[in-house]
Design a protein. Sequence first.
Length: 338
Amino acid sequence: MRVFSGIQPSGNLHLGNYLGAIVNFVSLQNKAECIYCVVDLHSITVWQEPSHLYKNIHEITAGFVASGLDPKKNIIFNQSKVVEHSELSWILNCTARLGWLNRMTQFKEKAGKNKENMSIGLYTYPILMAADILAYKATHVPVGEDQKQHIELSRDIAQKFNTDYKDRINLLTKNSEFFVLPKPLINGPVPRVMSLRDGKKKMSSSDLSDMSRINIMDDEDQIFNKIRKSKTDSGIIPSDISELDNRPELRNLISIYSGISKQSHQNILNEFSGEQFSKLKKYLTDILIAEICPIGHEMKKLISDPSYIDSILLDGAEKARAISKPILAETKKIIGLA
Ligand code: TRP
């Protein structure tokens, strides 16, 4: 079992990254060989302020370590340091089909009506993601629910490559398959953390309103204010879990509560049913502060020592390259480029 996953350094590390991905990363570190990548090349598919980008790369790395990922046990690095990602990505551009990319819902959502003005990179982004995963022959990819379609695309690309080059693969490797078909692991505590301002939108570092998210480095007052002002409806807390279906903001707060406290949705409803939102919000604020603020403090400490973070990334890149370089070399041989 080899695990690969990535997080984009496109702004603040927030609760969605933490509950949707990092908590899962931490629990996998004792069960498998894990490779965790700060996907900086993905982040530049939309404009990134150059003076912020490197700081954001450091922030994600510090977030990984502060959340409990051991840089000795896991390979932690940033994507642009390992050229194999970009090179394999080009090769896979030639395997993937236009029709497959045209079905990607994330591109449609991000581009909206503005498709013609988006970067080509945003469109081919899932192919770079496939290259990230296939360059390591990763077997499992822990992601949030929204990335499932991209993992399926990675499988399709791997499958097509294996079929297109079947004879060469047989000849050169004595195996019938070359790339491994990766499986998504969607069992983070909360597969989809939503915005605090709109329960139908994903919590995101690119949301213009900082009130829409809890950043891992937020202080106690910020967390208190953001939860207090988070959008709710005018009802009371129900006891029946099916009521959450039509109340997205309530569902989101209960999901966050559940992710942090590790209690089931139903248990939480049992505790708060018949109450106003204010009580739920007060308890949620307390557990969030208790879990998130120590991680934020640790992140700030780590970030204040940039040479330490750089050494983690450099060491990780060397280890990552030791795996991906021979896989790319073999890929090129299979194609006939070498
Ligand atoms: N696209 C992912 C996201 O936005 C990030 C990502 C890039 C990724 N490469 C990956 C996740 C490889 C898993 C595996 O969340």
